[in-house]
Design a protein around this ligand. Structure first.
Ligand code: SAH
Ligand code: SF4
Ligand code: F3S
Length: 503
């Protein structure tokens, strides 16, 4: 067990005092009471003797919604299923257990899940022994759990984001019980190491560096669904990255909702994301990325380390959300337009070739036309290469959901369209610059649409489709770009000895 600000090793039964069938509703007041000193580290995960072989002759299927955090949680749950003796299947009809790993970030994300639950009802009627579970961020919401309890009786299990390691117990209970099994902990101060993982690919891997978020942007549900910020110990992360390098992985992405807050919760050491990246940079793995950055905590030391280059990629995703200082203020982003632009200036000065991308929300409550135009002008000024853009979606329990809003939906939609036009224009421009250049591509595999073509990503995370031998899969190769499209590049692989300086 790691010892930093942790208490005594917890045995399985000590968990029971945190166990609850009662779901704590998302409450800003409660959530903000989170202490700094309660983080407990556990590394004693194991499959209890009595559950071994539970999965023999049974198959599992997990559908994942939402962000990379969820994708990685799915890999952990798949690891647990395999350790229990289950086999994977990618067909719901063959499955004996189906899990929906859900996302709560916007209303349409939730609607997709409710739609899928509706579809799965007939399968469950045909196969009464099928276990159907809902996990992930939606399970942390009281209103969702109530809705499932009330309307979706064919669901067998609901468990939260803090309960993933409890999967063997939850499955066991679901097999034994006729009632719906609900296990959603409101406790949120744990870091659990040593969980099994069945990674989806052999080329790229996710590595959690921290969990949760304490930023409480006024629109966002994540601090409620993922709990408080807590960092994994550097030695655990470094060991995991070394292990991945030894297994032949070519790229890792360090994950957290706010990776720039990494280490702030350590009480015994002063250690941040810059320090971590500086150590990981020395590990023999060709590509290192991280996501997502919050501009507020992006410090000079990190910029300095990123500027060293090497395996640290020249792409930074830096969500801005809005170009208006007034809107940023009511979003509680805790930076102004000017401070954001100053950060961008510093990053560009240190890493001249850097590619910046962002997330933007339009139609925040009472956003004026002028405030929206400030977002457009900031977009141009920064010169982002691309962006994820969203219409604001009220999330129950967040402060913004209580704000009055005088912006009609048609106006929000029209603003999104105008912003997307700009995003497309700048993306096409950024892509055009690659024509005639030679880039380094990490080859993922065959292109989705054409098996005769290979696909991979540049250091700046641009998708490249190109002709080349299948033996190139899993390697970093040089590709000459012949044609730029808005979202991807087409090219041809070039000989190893041709000079390639351009990234
Ligand atoms: N932790 C990351 C964001 C995670 S959520 C960060 O702070 O950068 C991904 C994106 O979803 C956010 O950047 C934001 O643009 C968008 N988003 C979050 N809550 C939203 C909401 N209620 N409505 C619309 N978009 C939202
Ligand atoms: Fe949500 Fe990101 Fe803000 Fe955290 S920092 S509250 S995850 S938008
Ligand atoms: Fe969605 Fe949860 Fe990720 S709300 S975006 S899956 S942290």
């Amino acid at each position: 067990m790691n010892t930093a600000n942790s208490s005594d090793k917890k045995s399985e039964k000590d968990y029971s005092k945190y166990f609850t069938q009662v779901i704590t509703p998302p409450s800003l007041k409660e959530a903000k009471k989170r202490g700094k000193s309660e983080i407990q580290y556990h590394d004693d995960f194991g499959i209890p003797e009595e559950f071994r072989g539970m999965g023999e002759g049974r198959k599992f299927y997990i559908r994942t919604y939402g962000c990379q955090m969820n994708e990685h949680d799915t890999e952990v749950m798949a690891g647990i299923f395999l350790a229990l003796g289950y086999e994977p299947t990618d067909n719901t009809e063959d499955a004996n257990v189906i899990l929906l790993n859900t996302c709560a970030i916007r209303e349409n994300a939730e609607n997709k899940v409710f739609g899928e639950l509706g579809h799965l009802k007939s399968l469950k009627m045909e196969k009464p022994d099928l276990l159907l579970g809902v996990c992930g961020c939606m399970s942390q919401e009281e209103s969702v759990v109530n809705k499932i309890l009330k309307t979706y009786h064919h669901v067998d299990m609901i468990f939260g984001t803090h309960n993933i390691h409890r999967l063997p117990h939850i499955l066991n209970e679901a097999y034994m019980s006729k009632e719906m099994v609900v296990e959603v902990w409101s406790k949120e101060g744990d870091v659990i190491e040593n969980l099994p993982k069945e990674r989806k690919g052999q080329i790229k891997a996710w590595v959690n560096i921290m969990y949760g978020c304490d930023k409480f942007c006024t629109y966002c549900i994540v601090p409620y669904t993922r709990g408080k910020e807590r960092s994994r110990r550097p030695e655990e992360i470094i060991q995991e990255v070394r292990h991945l390098a030894a297994q032949g992985y070519k790229e890792i992405t360090l994950l957290g909702q706010n990776v720039n807050a990494y280490g702030k919760d350590f009480e015994d050491i002063q250690y941040g994301l810059g320090d971590l990246m500086d150590e990981i940079r020395k590990i023999d793995i060709p590509r290192v990325r991280f996501t997502t950055s919050h501009p507020r905590d992006f410090d000079d030391h990190l910029i300095e380390v990123l500027a060293k280059g090497g395996n640290l990629m020249d792409h930074i995703h830096l969500p801005v959300q809005s170009g208006s200082t007034d809107i940023l203020k009511i979003m509680a982003r805790k930076y102004t337009r000017e401070q954001y632009l100053e950060l961008v200036r510093k990053i560009k000065a240190a890493i001249p070739n850097v590619s910046l991308t962002t997330d933007i929300i339009v139609g925040y409550p009472n956003e004026t036309e002028e405030q929206f135009e400030e977002t457009l002008s900031l977009y141009r000024e920064v010169g982002y290469e691309t962006a994820y853009t969203f219409i604001y979606s009220p999330r129950e329990g967040t402060p913004a959901a209580k704000m009055e809003d005088n912006v009609p939906m048609e106006v929000k939609k029209e603003r999104l369209q105008r912003l997307n036009n700009l995003v497309n224009e700048l993306s096409a421009e950024a892509m055009k610059k690659y024509e005639g250049q030679i880039v380094e591509v990490l080859v993922d595999g065959e292109s989705k649409n054409n098996p005769d073509v290979l696909a991979g990503y540049t250091t700046k995370n641009k998708l490249v489709n190109f002709k080349g031998p299948k033996s190139a899969i899993g390697n970093i190769v040089k590709v000459k770009i012949n044609e730029a499209k808005t979202w991807s590049l087409n090219g041809e692989m070039v000989e190893e000895n041709e000079p390639a300086e351009v990234k």
